[in-house]
Every structure is written in structure tokens, then in C-alpha cells.
Design a protein around this ligand. Sequence first.
Ligand code: ADP
Length: 747
Amino acid sequence: MLKLLKYTKPYLLLLALSIILLFAQANIDLALPDYLSGIVNTGIQQGGIENAIPIVIRQSEMNRVLMFIEPDQKDSILADYTLVDHNSVDFQQNLEKYPILANEPVFILNNINQTEISRIDPIIGKALMAVASIEGIMADPSKAAQMGPGLGGFDLSKLPAGTDLFALLAKLPASNLTQITDKLNQKIEVLGNKIINQAAVLEVKKEYQAVGLDTGKYQNNYILKAGAWMLLLTLISGTIAIIVGYLASRIAAGMARDIRRDVFSKVESFASTEFDKFSTASLITRNTNDITQIQMVVIMMVRMVFYAPLIGIGGIIKVLSKDSPLAWLILIAVLMLVSLILTIFSVALPKFRLNQKLVDRINLVSRENLTGMMVIRSFNKQKFEEERFDNANVDVTAVSLFINRLMVMMFPIMMLIMNTLMLGIVWFGAKQVAAANMQVGDMIAYMQYAMQIVMSFVMLSMMFIIIPRASVSGDRIAEVIDTDPHIKDIENPESFPSVFKGDVEFRDVSFRYPGADTNALENINFTARSGQTTAFIGSTGAGKSTIVNLIPRLYDVTEGVILIDSVDIRKVTQHDLRAKIGYVPQKSSLFSGTIKSNLLYADKNATDEMLYTAIDIAQAEEFIKSTDAGLDTEISQGGANVSGGQKQRLSIARAIVKRPPIYILDDSFSALDFKTDSALRRAFKEKSSESTLLIVTQRVSTIKNAEQIIVLDDGHIVGKGTHKELLENCETYREIATSQLNKEELL
Ligand code: ADP
């Protein structure tokens, strides 16, 4: 999987952009619960008033507040306000907002920064509470008892109702007043910052009412503003999600394309050895299904692998920074989630590996079935094949079911953990709210963070599901890409002599198929001369095809050397070598297209005249002329719409179009009748008299006139010579010949 990392290189910029966007999105998403808690705490519970600092306060009330503020703080606090009265420039404008201005001047808060707000908030908060206590006593002297005896030497309860306590306090010497303030502050501080703040906010609200400010509107404004922000942020977050989705798809699709291209070109460079090793079915799965898995995982990774930790860790940091009494609940849930994921991961990983192997198998069985459908039918083996497919299918189903059951189990467990967590937050949170340690909005925000954290784990667990799967796929793809083709060009290749004859010489050649126990060919020596026909005959499995497959280097010799015009074929490039050879394999294949496009495959510049000559030699003329479209007759995939004999003739024609100096015809006449066979050979001999012709065949009649016949048996040459010579001195040949020809024909 890691080996495929290099494919991200062209997309690093897009990846970086995605990460930046995801970072922004995570920040926005983490900010949203704060806004919600703001709406509940400040908007609903505090009437939209955020802190204890009134934005407007009557001059008389300000004077009362200032009485309870340390002398060294008074000036700085007054400096944060501007006094507005009849003479002020903006009097009219403010009168509309604050009708009390008609009767008395007001202080309006300047535009102050957050540090200043945090600094003066507790000072004004406490002072407002102190003022409220005194006002409370003035309204109901019996409350004085609660203040305890000896407040600055007064027995407040004895004062006549309606006494202006503030006026009395103002007359006191400074030291006395400080004493009273300290005493009041002590009583207030016991309540704790949160309660002081909430209570002070109520005082601010009362002041706003006294000033004539429309508090309902003020509250609505706050809620609407916070709501609008939330909406805007959500929109931005949504837009980012769409952009990242787009980027992820681009990156993934691009990478998949690059990998597919590399796998394909690697497979093209494979020799038969590698095809034997991987099997065609597996190569197809690897270049389709496996790459799709990678593509999917890249999309998921780009979208989640960065986002999930950002949200998860960000959420945990937010929760801890709130100094909330419920952090332990979240920690327990996180621990449970981690152990759940690890357990499931360890059980599922081996199954993913197995699953991919079984998919390979089902592909193999399907391929064999589809290509061999006619044979299956003719042998009435449908039932048998169905069972074979069924077995493969049942295996895949069992593993898939197991994996899916695991996954299906995981999500409800995660949901259970999440819901229990929610319940815990409400249960313990409610107690904290009752004890005024927490506000309702905080609890709601807490629930949202909890949800975000759990969701990040859900996302991570999804990654854990798909990453192992993709890593299996990644390994399988890397295996193909990393395979060094068995047959390679050497560093400084030689070239064939400029005057090319085409003599093929096998010198002490032995060959063993990779993984086989015995040699398929043993000590083969012969020379096939240009202008001559060299034929190979022998029983099936004797090694005839193996010999000719060595010439275009479909395999390399194990021992010995093959020379063409005295040049070792391993010393020239495969391209140069194959350019000299016209090879018609045992199982020739045509490509979908027309007859013409198939013939042009050999030489795209060939003229129609050249094509017709080739067709003529290959004895395909009659059959092509019999079709309406002639050269433009459609050929379906694999040449399924032409007969075996027609296919062989077209394949031979294709090889002739190339006009190579060396022809290899591997049992290419097997589907031709004797008459066509001999006509073809005659035409071939006439038109290509210069070429080296190597023919593999089972028919003695085909090669009777060959200059050289090589008789093979079990990988050994048991006879070499002309028909006549061999009849005399090669027992194996004689046996083959007499079994096929009558006495007259033998001569
Ligand atoms: P012929 O063409 O004479 O019928 P082949 O050259 O195809 O015979 O096969 C020669 C021997 O090599 C046989 O025993 C066959 O089983 C073996 N053989 C052929 N192809 C392979 C292969 N791809 N891997 C392993 N053994 C092979």
C-alpha cells in the first residue's frame, strides 16, 4: 500500500489545499456548539445580555456603582464610558434609543476591546450586585437583617422607610465606605463567579428597562445575530465539504488512472512466465476491482483521515478547556471506542485478505465458464460448472457476510456508546446545572461536542474498515508493478547485421518451464536456413511449440543459445527481434474491428494491394469475397464470428502483411482442409521464397517437401533430415508417417 504513495506526488498541491480547507471546516464545526450555547445561555436566559458591563447606564446609577469600586479603578472605568446629556452632539440620536435621556444624562459604553471587557466585567459585576443589595434594603428594610449586624455602624433595620441609603453612604468617610464595600464583596464572592455574573446580568437588564431600552428587541437582536452567524458558518462549512469532496474525487480518479496506466504497461512488458505466475483472471481483478478499492480509499482518506482527528482532538480539547465537571464521561467513552475499534480491526483484517483472494477465484471460474461455454454445453457439464461456481460463490458470500456482520455490529455499539454518553451528560449535567456549576447552554454544547467526538471515531473506524481492505488491494497492485519482467532488453543492445538473412540456429539449447521439475527441451541443436522450410513434428507434448516460442523470446532458454544470423537473440532488443518474425500462434486471436483493421495490425501503412496479396497467399480470398463488406467485414471480439479455419487463414495473412524474414507457423494449418493446406504452402513458397519458414505441425503431408524436418520426442531431437532420409533412418518419424499416409503418399 505504501508503495503506491508515490502516485500522490502529482496531487500534493490539491492534497495540501484539501487539508487547509478541512482545517477551516473543523474549526467552524467546532465553533458552532459555542454559538448554540450562547443562544441558550445569553440569548434566552440572560435576555441577550452577554456580560455585567451595561452598554448604557443612567448617571445616577453609575454614581451608585462607582461607590463600590476601588478608588484606583474608578477613573479607568469612567474612561470606558462617554457621558451624554442635553449638550451632546448626538443627544437627539441617543434620545430615540434611550428615552430616559430626556430626564437625566446617561453613560454610554465606548467601543472597548476583549481584554478590557474581561478586566472590568468582574469589577462592575460585583459593584452592580452591591448596588442591588442596597437598593433591595431601601425597598424592604427587613432585608437588612440578612446583611448581618454592624454594616458600617448602621443598624439598617431601624432606619425610617424611604431613607436614601446611598446619600447616607456618600456622607461617610472613605475608610468607612471601604469597610462596607469589603464586607459586601465578601458576601458576594461566596456565590462564585458564575452566579455573580448571572445575577449581575439581571441587574443590567433592570438598568436597561430603566433607561427605556427595548429589552425584547435587544434580546431578539442577539439571538438573530448569533443565529445568522451560525447559518453563515454552516453554509461555509457545507461549501468546504463540497469543494473537498470534489478535490478528493479528482485526486482519487487521477491516481487510479495513473496506477491503471502503469499496471497495464507493466503487464504489457510481461513475458509468458509472469502471465503464468499471476494468471489472467488475477491480473484483470488487480487492474479493475483492486484499483477501484484504492480509488475509494483515497476519496475517504482525503475527506476523513484529516478531518476526523481534527474534529475528534479539537472536540476533546474544547471539552477539557471548558473546565467542565463532565470531562471524565467523555474520556470513558473515548476509551471504550478505541478498544472497540482495535478489537474489530484485529478480527477483520485477515478476512479482508481472504476476501480479495476469493474474488480472484470467482473471476477465474467465471472466465473459464464464459470462454468455455460451448464445451461445457456439449459435454452437458452445466450442473458440474454450476456447482463449481456455487462453491466459489458460497465462499465469497461467507467471508463477505462475516465482514459485514462485524461492521453491522460495530455501528450500533458505537451508537449505544454515544447515546449512553448523551444520557450521562444529561444526568450528571442536570445536577451540575441545579448546583449552578454549569449553564444549560453549556450542557447542550457539551452534548454536541460529545457527538462530534464520537462521530470522529465513527469516521476513523470506517477508515479502519476500508484501509486494510485497500492495503490488501494496494499490495496486490504493487506486486504487479514491482515485478521485474523475466525477459528484458540488455543495457547496450546489439543490432542485427544490415544485410539480414534470417538463419535461426539453436545451439545446445535446453529449456525448463519455471517451476517445472524436468526440462521440456534437452540439448537441441539445429539450424533453420533462410529460403528453406524447417518443420517440427512429434507427438503432443513433445516440445514443438516450446521450441518455436523460444525464438521470439516468449520464454528465454535455460541453457545454450539461440542465434539469428549469428547474433544471440538476447543481445538485441525484443522490438528488433520481433520485427523480424511473423508469428502465428497455435491459438491465433483476432481483435474486434474489421478484417482490414486486423490485417493492418501488422503494418498500418500497408496498401490494399498488399493486403490482397497477403489474403491471396493465405487462401482467404474466396471467403472474403463471399462477404458483402469484403475487407470491411466486422470481426467480433476474439474473432468469434469466423470459423476456426478462416481465423487461421486471416492470422496467416496478417503475418504475411508484415513481410518478415522469418515466419513461425505453430500448428497454423490444423483447421485447414488438405487442399487449402497445400495451396497455401505452394503460394507461400512462391511469394516468400527468401524467408525462413518454421512450421510446427502434426501432419506429415504438410511438411513432406520441407528442406529440413526435425522429429521431437519428449523434448529431445530424435531425427533430423528430409522426409526421405527420415523415413529411412528415424523410427519415430516412420511411425508417424505410416500412420497418416498410404504407401503411395509416403513417396
Ligand atoms: P507440443 O507443442 O509438442 O504439443 P509443448 O511444447 O506445448 O508440446 O509442451 C512441451 C512440454 O512442456 C509438455 O510436457 C507440456 O506439459 C509442458 N508445458 C507446456 N507449456 C507449459 C507451461 N506454460 N508451463 C509448464 N509446462 C509447460
